[in-house]
Design a protein around this ligand. Structure first.
Ligand code: NDP
Length: 253
């Protein structure tokens, strides 16, 4: 049984491209009003226009959620403009692969700041409202969806710090789940394999070529494949909590 999301509000971080953009569109198609968060405002505005043109409701919130003040501000602005918060999708992230020896440690900081701290700050700021939504709403439930990765389940050479952030997301998700599931906030983690997005664009070309070699020649997932899974999780009846989804392209070993 699928439940539509009419009357609910979802906040999606990293909504300016890839998985976040597709997820925002899917949740809006299911009836949720969506708060779109990322740093590239013009990309968010284009997405908001598409959602509005399809009859949906969208709010553009340009922010860097690795900064706690900005993570708090986007949650507060969502409540101010949209009145409630039922779904938080912690999707914003970067992947800067490379060996540990001789690494540019600024890249480590960037991954830890957004993949981990951004997710922690957004969750912390949103939690009081998610608890309230679970209590108030006829749906009797609210949701946090954290985007980890296959890299959060299996470490490999050349991905150490990305692995550390994504393993961290899995651990945090399970701890938070235990803390709030009794109060009907479902906390889920989604762990995709290779998805065709802009994620690898931020790496130095030579590093990208080397570290992505194992995935050459496979047909990747599309962002919509992950958005479908997120929409499926959120549209379950309150009694059913999908805690974890690991999804790879069929050809990914
Ligand atoms: P994209 O690069 O297309 O999207 C990343 C998003 O994160 C962008 O919208 C970007 O927006 C946003 N973002 C990055 N830094 C910040 C920040 N400091 N504050 C706010 N937003 C930020 O890649 P994907 O869609 O692939 O990535 C989404 C998530 O999926 C990531 O967590 C990634 O680790 C995970 N993932 C991706 C896989 C893949 O193969 N693509 C596989 C497994 C997991 P902007 O630059 O405008 O701020």
């Amino acid at each position: 049984m699928t439940e539509r999301l009419d009357g609910t509000v979802a906040l999606v971080t990293g909504a300016s491209s890839g998985i976040g953009e597709a997820t925002a569109r899917q949740l809006a198609a299911q009836g949720a009003a969506v708060a779109l968060v990322a740093r590239r405002k013009e990309r968010l505005e284009k997405l908001a226009a598409k959602i509005t043109a399809s009859g949906g409701t969208a709010l553009v919130l340009a922010a860097d959620v690795s900064r706690q003040d900005e993570a708090i501000a986007v949650v507060e602005q969502t409540i101010k403009e949209m009145g409630r918060l039922d779904t938080l999708v912690n999707n914003a992230g970067v992947m800067l692969l490379g060996n540990i020896q001789g690494a540019d440690t600024d890249e480590w900081e960037r991954m830890i700041d957004i993949n981990l701290k951004g997710l922690l700050y957004a969750s912390h700021a949103a939690l009081p409202y998610l608890l309230k939504a679970a209590e108030d709403s006829p749906r009797q439930v609210s949701d946090v969806i954290n985007i980890s990765s296959v890299a959060g389940r299996r470490a490999r050479m050349g991905a150490g710090v990305y692995n550390a952030t994504k393993f961290g997301v899995v651990a945090f998700t399970e701890s938070l789940r235990q803390e709030v599931t009794g109060r009907h906030v479902r906390v889920s983690v989604v762990e995709p394999g290779v998805v065709a997005t802009e994620l690898t664009d931020h790496m130095k070309p030579e590093v990208r070529e080397q570290t992505m070699k194992p995935f050459a020649g496979i047909t990747p997932l599309e962002p919509e494949d992950i958005a479908d899974i997120i929409a499926f999780i959120v549209t379950r009846p309150w009694r059913s909590a999908i805690n974890e989804v690991l999804v790879r392209p069929t050809e990914q070993a």
